[in-house]
Ligand binder design. Structure first.
Ligand code: PLP
Length: 349
């Protein structure tokens, strides 16, 4: 039975709602804000945000101003805060104001410009990730003159609970929090939300775990897959010992074997680097990805399956974190690479 003639990306909004509830239980009273930058981790920021709003989400984060403007248009008259992580860039105050976006002030120069912004601002302070945010000294210097609605920082190593950098950043954030007693506070993203009560503060900023990525860069059975990528089998072939599959010598059959040719490739977002290590799910079992080309991939299929049958390349059986690990990347990158060629279907919209 053929589900479709090409790769299909199914986005399960009920699974999204489930994951939000898991995060909300873990956050134990802290607000669960949704990070929907990069078009909702590639899954469609508008559809994602509308469903999360229906589940109670009232705070969203994006990276770029243009993402914030698009999200505001998608949200229509829904009453929600939209934070822009890039902050208050030169010449953007009017755009931020007219779209009702809250800039997350990230540099001392932006903090200076924020004095005349005249609308709520958030402030990011760097507690040790050395990426975005004011230094502690700069934060101290601006604390008295700036009306901040949310003060936040970001953890660099939260996926590893044993990392000493976590308590170090936490100690610095305690000091930051004390500088802005009237602001709400946020330190944790998805992984940090699972580090325990000390890390939760007033708000956790959840991205990847809303979409099923485990907090420890491993599959977490509490979370459900939101994105499922399937593609049909085009052909089933038999290889003899020594036959090479696909380009170059990426795979050589160690003995006679049966393989399936599948109608998807890196154009559909499958990561080429997963070749030889990653697995798809076909005919009820995990099957090694032997080749990942632009439009075609080849899997080992010793038993079962027929031409036209769907193969799950990502989803509840071919797990996001497993694919990311096999490809030497993070779940975030796997999701944002899911391309537009695959047909998109939303469940629960
Ligand atoms: C992307 C991002 C998040 C969300 O991170 P996840 O690991 O996807 O949960 C939270 N906060 C900031 C500042 C971010 O850049």
């Amino acid at each position: 039975m053929s589900l479709t003639d090409r790769a299909r990306l199914t986005i399960d909004l009920d699974a999204l709602a489930h994951n939000r509830a898991v995060l909300a239980a873990e956050a134990a009273g802290a607000e669960v804000a949704a990070v929907v930058k990069s078009d909702g981790y590639g899954l469609g920021a508008g559809a994602i945000a509308k469903r999360l709003y229906a589940e109670g989400t009232r705070s969203f984060f994006v990276a770029r101003i243009a993402e914030g403007e698009a999200l505001r248009a998608d949200l229509g008259d829904r009453d929600a805060a939209v934070y822009v992580l890039d902050g208050l860039l030169d010449g953007t105050a009017d755009r931020l104001a007219s779209a009702g976006l809250t800039p997350v002030i990230a540099t001392a120069a932006q903090a200076e410009a924020a004095r005349s912004f005249g609308r709520p601002i958030a402030l990011q302070v760097d507690t040790g990730m050395n990426r975005q945010g004011l230094t502690l000294d700069k934060a101290r210097a601006v604390a008295s003159g700036l009306e901040v609605s949310l003060v936040m920082s970001h953890l660099g190593s939260a996926t590893d609970p044993a990392e000493p950098r976590n308590p170090e950043q936490l100690a610095r954030f305690r000091e930051v929090r004390g500088l802005f007693p009237h602001a709400r506070a946020s330190l944790a993203a998805s992984a940090g939300a699972f580090l325990g009560p000390d890390y939760r503060y007033d708000m956790v900023r959840a991205g990847i775990s809303l979409f099923g990525g485990g907090p420890g860069e491993r599959p977490d059975p509490r979370l459900k897959a939101v994105a499922t990528l399937t593609a049909p089998i085009l052909d089933i072939r038999r290889l003899a010992t020594g036959d090479r599959v696909g380009y170059g010598s990426s795979f050589t059959a160690p003995g006679p074997m049966r393989v399936a040719v599948v109608a998807a490739g890196y154009s559909d977002g499958m990561i080429r680097a997963a070749m030889g290590r990653g697995c798809a799910w076909a005919a009820g079992a995990r099957r090694v990805l032997l080749a990942v080309n632009m439009d075609i991939l080849v899997i080992a299929l010793p038993d079962g399956g027929a031409v036209g049958d769907p193969v799950e390349l990502l989803g509840p059986n071919a797990l996001l974190d497993d694919l990311a690990n096999a490809a030497g990347t993070v779940a975030h990158e796997v999701l944002v690479r899911l391309s537009s060629r695959a047909e998109r279907v939303y469940l629960g919209a």
